[in-house]
Design a protein around this ligand. Structure first.
Ligand SMILES: Cc1ncc(COP(=O)(O)O)c(C=O)c1O
Length: 384
């Protein structure tokens, strides 16, 4: 019998309630029934984004929402500041390049954190930046950046702050309005507990002012069109939406509301801590910082003498536990345990068990049960 445990930072496990919701007979999107659903979904998105701003929905992966931010906020040749410390920071760079922007990159090594002082110094040096692009939860390394501190700095300038919260939304807190984050982008397949295929962008008034002046070409991802669709009394999308995913999102947002944001983020912090403590107890070295903010992904260095691909294949084939490998320059050097979304203590315990068994089988010296016991102790301390 092969039972599978998807422990990757996207796609992630989906609650049965959400899967069942998405299996309902399809409804038409130009109906009162859909408008009612879409209005509820929009309120739910504002709740999780912690914003009063409109949250726009697109049928695309998260990168689509990132691209939408670039094309709606900027004009060719605009100066932008990009904070990059991993694969998804690099994606902002690639998007800026693709659309002919003049970017300055605050580049940190993989595993590094954005230093808010560097952002302050760059904005002071050149007040001409239109936007600052940052990654909230850098999925490729497990680092969660200090968006609150960066937000406080950018708020004092003309530039808008754009945060890629694709893996952070719903697992590492981001207080969009309170922290002054003008644009937050997210995707469906991480902590929002949905299949891939929907992406989101919240847009502040400061950002809308920029949208009115920006001239990069856009069509499907035109934010103004998406905002027009949101107007009451019959909110809808500009184009045919991913109807079944929207129905599923309604169910997922209902679960998130029921749990409440405080408990949601506490659960994620506890899983992050348990994973880190367990890995350390096994004598492995963390790649992501040992920081309570790192609640979405735990990145671990592949121990000496072990082949990453072999370890992960064994965990999947023999124990059904699927981890993610390293990305970009970290390929082969780290593996990543995703715990953003529909995860709790049981998933962490199973993952650490499989890790111990697989390492043992590959001849790496581990004391069986040591990591699990440490993780369990963390759950006991934190009240699970
Ligand atoms: C932080 C971050 N940004 C952007 C993306 C890109 O999202 P997608 O693959 O849905 O286009 C991902 C996906 O892994 C991500 O983790």
């Amino acid at each position: 019998m092969h039972k599978r445990f998807l422990m990757t930072p996207g796609p992630t496990q989906i609650p049965p309630e959400v899967l069942l919701a998405s299996a309902q007979p399809i409804i038409h999107h130009r109906t009162a029934e859909y408008s009612e659903l879409f209005a509820r979904v929009n309120e739910g998105l504002k709740y999780i984004f912690q914003t009063q701003n409109d949250v726009l929905c697109f049928s695309s992966s998260g990168t689509g929402a990132m691209e939408s931010a670039v094309v709606n906020l900027c004009s060719a040749g605009d100066k932008v500041l990009i904070c990059s410390s991993g694969k998804f920071g690099e994606r902002w760079q690639q998007l800026a390049e693709a659309f002919g922007l003049e970017s300055t990159v605050l580049a940190y090594d993989y595993g590094g954190k954005v230093n808010p002082d560097d952002v302050a110094a760059a904005l002071k040096d050149d007040p001409g930046y239109k936007a600052v692009f940052v990654t909230h939860s850098e999925t490729s390394t497990g680092v969660v950046n200090d968006i609150e501190a960066i937000g406080a700095i950018v708020a004092g300038h003309d530039a808008v702050l754009v945060s890629d919260s694709v893996s952070g939304m719903g697992s590492a807190e981001i207080r969009t309005d309170a922290w002054g984050v003008d644009v937050v982008v997210a995707g469906s397949q991480k902590a929002l507990m949905l299949p891939p295929g929907m992406a989101f962008a919240s847009v502040s008034d400061k950002a809308w002012a920029l949208v009115e002046k920006s001239t990069l070409p856009r069509y499907y991802f035109d934010w103004a069109k998406a905002r027009k669709g949101l107007k009451q009394p019959k909110p809808t999308t500009a184009y045919t939406p991913a109807v079944s995913l929207t129905v599923a999102l309604d169910a997922a947002l209902g679960m998130i509301r029921e749990e409440g944001l405080k408990e949601l983020f506490r659960r994620h912090r506890t899983m992050g801590r348990a994973a880190r403590e367990a890995v350390k107890a096994l004598g492995l070295e963390l790649f992501s910082p040992d920081d309570e903010r790192c609640s979405s992904v735990t990145a671990v260095k592949v121990p000496e003498g072990i082949e990453d691909a072999e370890l992960r294949s064994l965990m999947l084939d023999r124990y059904g536990v699927q981890l993610a490998g390293g990305q970009g320059s970290m390929k082969g050097n780290i593996f990543r345990i995703g715990h953003c979304g529909y995860y709790n203590f049981s998933d962490i315990i199973v993952t650490i068990t499989a890790l111990e068994l697989a390492l043992n089988q590959l001849g790496y010296e581990v004391e069986i049960g040591r990591g699990v016991s440490r993780a369990e102790a963390v759950f006991a301390e934190e009240g699970s």
